[in-house]
Design a protein around this ligand. Structure first.
Ligand code: AMP
Ligand code: MG
Length: 458
C-alpha cells in the first residue's frame, strides 16, 4: 500500500460532512514536494502518482474524500454555514509515531459548501501557505503542514485577472475548528455535537473527559499559541472562529504576515479596516473565540446555568495562561530564564523604544547587543550578567530568518513567471531559522520593497 489511510472522520455521523470528488484538471505537475514529511507519514510514491493524487485527478486506494461542514464568526459576524468550500479531505494516516494526520487537498474543485466560490486556489497563496506553514513548523509553532504543491495547468480567475491554478496538500492533526462546534450547536444537532466532542477529545486531548475539561485544554492551547505568534511578530490576519483550530494549530495562511518594523497595532490584511486582527489584539480575539466555543458546548450540559458559570471561569483563565507564556517567552528573547522583579519593566522599556524607533522586530531581538538603545543596553547587560548562558538562550529563541512579506511576494512573482528558484532558496533557508546567517534574506525590505497589505484574494 502506498498510503495507509484510516479515515475516522468519515466514520462519524453523516450530518458532519459531505462525500465529494475532486474535479479533474488538465495538466497536473509537481511544483514542490516535502520529502521529510512524506517520510514521517510513510507516504512513498512515484513522481507521476504525486501529480495525479495531489491534484485530485486520481484517488489513492483507501481515500474516502469528504468536505467538512462548519460555521463561524467572520470579523465578528455570524455566518451559519461555511464548510470546506475548496478543500477536500482525502483521509487520515498515522505517522511513524502513531499520531493521526489529515491529508487534505486545498483547491481541488467545488463542494456543496462552495457557495459562490470556484473551489480553486491560485499559485500565489498555495506557495505562500507552503512556505509560511513550513517556516512556522521549523520555528517551533504548532501549525498545519504542507506536503505538496501541484500546478493544475488551468487558469483561475481572480480580481487581478487569470492566474495559474494550483492545489496545496495540507497535512494537519485535524481540521476541527471552533466553527465546527458552532455549526452543530446552532442547528440544534446535539448528537453530532457530542460525537464531535468525543472524536476531537480522542484526537487532541485524550485525558479530557468533560466539555469543561475539553474547553480548558483549548483555552490553554490557544493562549500558548498566540504568545508564540507575538514572540515572532506574526500577524494571522483572519482570526475568524472558522480559522480557530481547537487543537491549537495555526491554520489558514491567507492574509498573514510577519512584521518587519515593530508596531504594536500593525495590521496587514487589506480587508481588516477596523484593526480587529491587529498584532496586539490577537490575544483578545483568541479569548473571544474561546468564549464562542464555550457557548457552542453549552447544549451538552444538562444544567446550563451552572455550565455558564463554570465555562466563563475557564475562559477567563485565558488571560493568566497567555500572560505567563508571553512573559516566559519574551524574557527568554532578552536572555532571561530566571525571572526576577523588574524584568518585565526592562522588557517593556525595550519594546517601547523599538516601537518609537520602528526597529526591525526580528533583527533587533536577534542582535540585541548591537541595538541602538545605549541606556537600555547598559541596564540589560548588568541584568543578564546574572544569567547562566543568555547568548545561547537568545540564539535558540530569536530566529535569524523569518518569511518576510517582500521575499514571499518576490518568490510568488518568480513562480508565476515559471522560475521556482526563489521558492527553493527561501524554503530551504527557512528550514533552519535559528542558524546564524546574514544575507539578503535576513534584511528588512528597502522602502520600495515594503508590502503594505496582504490580500484575502486567495
Ligand atoms: P477562508 O477565508 O479561507 O477562511 O475561507 C472562508 C470560507 O470561504 C470557507 O468556507 C472556504 O471554504 C470558502 N472559500 C474560500 N475561497 C473559496 C473558493 N475559491 N471557492 C469556494 N469556497 C471558498
Ligand atoms: Mg479558513
Amino acid at each position: 500500500m502506498t498510503i495507509a489511510f484510516d479515515n475516522s472522520y468519515a466514520r462519524l455521523p453523516h450530518a458532519m460532512f459531505a462525500r465529494v470528488q475532486p474535479t479533474e484538471v488538465p495538466a497536473p505537475h509537481v511544483l514542490a514536494w516535502n520529502q521529510p514529511l512524506a517520510d514521517d507519514l510513510k507516504i512513498d510514491l512515484q513522481d507521476t502518482d504525486k501529480a495525479r493524487y495531489f491534484s485530485g485527478n486520481a484517488l489513492p486506494d483507501g481515500a474516502d474524500p469528504i468536505a467538512q461542514v462548519y460555521a463561524g464568526h467572520q470579523f465578528g459576524n455570524w455566518n451559519p454555514r461555511l464548510g470546506d468550500g475548496r478543500a477536500i479531505l482525502l483521509g487520515e494516516v498515522l505517522d511513524r509515531s502513531g499520531a493521526r494526520h489529515d491529508i487534505q487537498l486545498k483547491g481541488a474543485g467545488r463542494t456543496p459548501y462552495s457557495r459562490g466560490g470556484d473551489g480553486r486556489a491560485w499559485l500565489g497563496p498555495v506557495l505562500r501557505e507552503y512556505v509560511v506553514s513550513e517556516a512556522m513548523n521549523a520555528l517551533g509553532v504548532p501549525t498545519t503542514r504542507a506536503l505538496a504543491a501541484v500546478g493544475t495547468g488551468a487558469p483561475v480567475l481572480r480580481e487581478q485577472g487569470p492566474l495559474p491554478g494550483a492545489v496545496l496538500t495540507r497535512v494537519a492533526t485535524s481540521h476541527i475548528r471552533v466553527g465546527t462546534f458552532q455549526y452543530f450547536a446552532s442547528v440544534g444537532d446535539t448528537d453530532s455535537l457530542r460525537a464531535l466532542l468525543e472524536h476531537t477529545s480522542a484526537r487532541h486531548y485524550p485525558t479530557a473527559n468533560s466539555p469543561k475539561d475539553f474547553l480548558a485544554h483549548v483555552v490553554r492551547a490557544q493562549a500558548e499559541l498566540v504568545a508564540k505568534w507575538l514572540s515572532l511578530g506574526f500577524i494571522h490576519g483572519v482570526m475568524n472562529t472558522d480559522n480557530a483550530h481547537v487543537g491549537g494549530l495555526t491554520i489558514d495562511y491567507g492574509p498573514c504576515a510577519f512584521m518587519d518594523a515593530f508596531h504594536p497595532m500593525q495590521v496587514y490584511s487589506s480587508i481588516d479596516h477596523t484593526g480587529r486582527y491587529a498584532y496586539g489584539n490577537q490575544p483578545n480575539i483568541a479569548a473571544w473565540n474561546c468564549a464562542q466555543l464555550a457557548t457552542a458546548l453549552l447544549p451538552l450540559e444538562a444544567d446550563r446555568d451552572a455550565a455558564v458559570a463554570t465555562f466563563t471561569e475557564v475562559v477567563h483563565g485565558f488571560g493568566p495562561i497567555f500572560e505567563a507564556a508571553y512573559d516566559r517567552i519574551f524574557l527568554r528573547k532578552i536572555g532571561i530564564t530566571t525571572p526576577q522583579d523588574g524584568d518585565m519593566d526592562l522588557l517593556n522599556d525595550l519594546m517601547k523604544q523599538m516601537a518609537l524607533a520602528e526597529a526591525d522586530f526580528t533583527n533587533t531581538f536577534r542582535n540585541l547587543a548591537q541595538a541602538p538603545f545605549p541606556d537600555w543596553q547598559a541596564e540589560w547587560a548588568a541584568r543578564i550578567a546574572k544569567e547562566p548562558d543568555p547568548e545561547a538562550v537568545m540564539q535558540a529563541i530569536n530566529p535569524a530568518i523569518i518569511p518576510r512579506n517582500h521575499r514571499i511576494e518576490q518568490m510568488i512573482d518568480a513562480a508565476v513567471a515559471g522560475d521556482m528558484a526563489p521558492f527553493e532558496r527561501l524554503h530551504t533557508a527557512l528550514a533552519n531559522p535559528f542558524a546564524q546567517r546574514d544575507d539578503d534574506l535576513t534584511a528588512p525590505p528597502r522602502p520600495e520593497e515594503v508590502v503594505q497589505a496582504t490580500f484575502c484574494g486567495t
